[in-house]
Design a protein around this ligand. Sequence first.
Ligand SMILES: *[C@@H]1O[C@H](CO)[C@@H](O)[C@H](O)[C@H]1NC(C)=O
Ligand SMILES: *[C@@H]1O[C@H](CO)[C@@H](O)[C@H](O)[C@H]1NC(C)=O
Ligand SMILES: *[C@@H]1O[C@H](CO)[C@@H](O)[C@H](O)[C@H]1NC(C)=O
Ligand SMILES: *[C@@H]1O[C@H](CO)[C@@H](O)[C@H](O)[C@H]1NC(C)=O
Ligand SMILES: *[C@@H]1O[C@H](CO)[C@@H](O)[C@H](O)[C@H]1NC(C)=O
Ligand SMILES: *[C@@H]1O[C@H](CO)[C@@H](O)[C@H](O)[C@H]1NC(C)=O
Ligand SMILES: *[C@@H]1O[C@H](CO)[C@@H](O)[C@H](O)[C@H]1NC(C)=O
Length: 330
Amino acid sequence: MKTSVAVVLSTAFIALGASAFPTFKRSTPTGPNGEPYIPGKWFDRFFMIVGENMDIWDVESQSTFANLWKDAPNGRVLANYYGVTHPSQPNYFDHIAATTFGWNSDSVVNITGSESFSIVDLLEEKGISWAGYAEDYPITQGCYIPYAPECANGTQVPHSYVRKHFPFVSFETIYTNETRCNKLYNANMFWKHLEEGVLPQFVYFIPNLLNDGHDTNASYFANYIEKTWIDTFHYNDYFNAGALNYISLDESGNTTGFNTVPGDNNNHIYAALWGSAVTNRNTYDKYDFTRYNHSSITATLEMNWWGKTGLLGRNDTYAPVFALPYDGTD
Ligand SMILES: *[C@@H]1O[C@H](CO)[C@@H](O)[C@H](O)[C@H]1NC(C)=O
Ligand SMILES: *[C@@H]1O[C@H](CO)[C@@H](O)[C@H](O)[C@H]1NC(C)=O
Ligand SMILES: *[C@@H]1O[C@H](CO)[C@@H](O)[C@H](O)[C@H]1NC(C)=O
Ligand SMILES: *[C@@H]1O[C@H](CO)[C@@H](O)[C@H](O)[C@H]1NC(C)=O
Ligand SMILES: *[C@@H]1O[C@H](CO)[C@@H](O)[C@H](O)[C@H]1NC(C)=O
Ligand SMILES: *[C@@H]1O[C@H](CO)[C@@H](O)[C@H](O)[C@H]1NC(C)=O
Ligand SMILES: *[C@@H]1O[C@H](CO)[C@@H](O)[C@H](O)[C@H]1NC(C)=O
């Protein structure tokens, strides 16, 4: 942990005086099916994008990531953010369900019965629009059930979409319900919805195995973010207005000594927030050293739209809500 925080700090003060803290006017947008936005306490839209399996030092050493939160509107680094387990899949479960269900593998599993209660049920109940978008998802819209698309000879299409990174298709309350399945899209639809200004209020975006760094490395991931996203992240007013935007990894890269060796081996990962929901009063507010993990995502969504946490009755009960108007307790 010491090393990682030092990496963050060493680049920290370059940002001094770098940017003003812009404010955005909230509009009254709608989701892809014309659903009116339900206003939240701090934000009307949450966007998240997730990379794969890299240590914090590896990601921070890429200038794209070292600068992303410095240059983004109201950007902030979460310098003490952790994945919840290894390997990948249970981290993605935690994103939407605030628990790994004790699961520790990437193999195909269906989360059924009351266990399959997730943030999606809460959002649906309140009429808050949501969607999952995945690059190389083999269909345009709906639930694709297999693990991965296959080549004619039966092998997995390399560097493509994989089920373990797209949790929705594993949850019974979603895969048995066509209405909900139709909120899962190929990523091309994200760009269409962005262009048309009809993004839903909860946006979950998963790159393919090349772009997320899984089959590649941190510089490939950085290059992808730079080429594909930075323009939207930094300059798109629609994207940033009334928004809380999030980027992180599912888990760290070095799994040796997980939970026995301090630091990256405890799953310490890069994470950043930006968008109009983040209020930085000064440059120091651009650093948050609160200990967060993936369960803080559901906790934050709950506090934003329901005014309390723990609605899933899992780790969302204890996880700290992202400090948006920063309370200055670092
Ligand atoms: C999970 O559910 C899907 C859809 O109903 C089904 O096709 C698949 O066989 C199930 N997989 C397991 C491992 O239970
Ligand atoms: C299966 O087909 C793919 C795509 O044509 C090819 O890249 C791969 O090498 C093949 N694998 C085997 C074991 O034949
Ligand atoms: C499917 O999901 C929709 C949207 O949440 C809900 O209105 C409907 O009742 C669900 N259908 C079933 C059979 O659970
Ligand atoms: C990362 O991958 C790229 C190719 O995508 C390669 O050119 C580069 O050498 C790799 N970097 C490291 C540090 O392995
Ligand atoms: C992974 O962590 C172990 C335990 O701290 C350490 O000995 C090893 O050098 C690390 N490997 C890499 C590639 O960072
Ligand atoms: C909290 O998360 C851990 C790991 O995901 C899980 O084992 C535990 O059961 C969760 N606690 C609750 C109350 O859901
Ligand atoms: C995630 O954070 C919450 C709140 O601090 C905690 O209850 C939970 O145990 C953490 N999960 C893991 C796997 O450490």
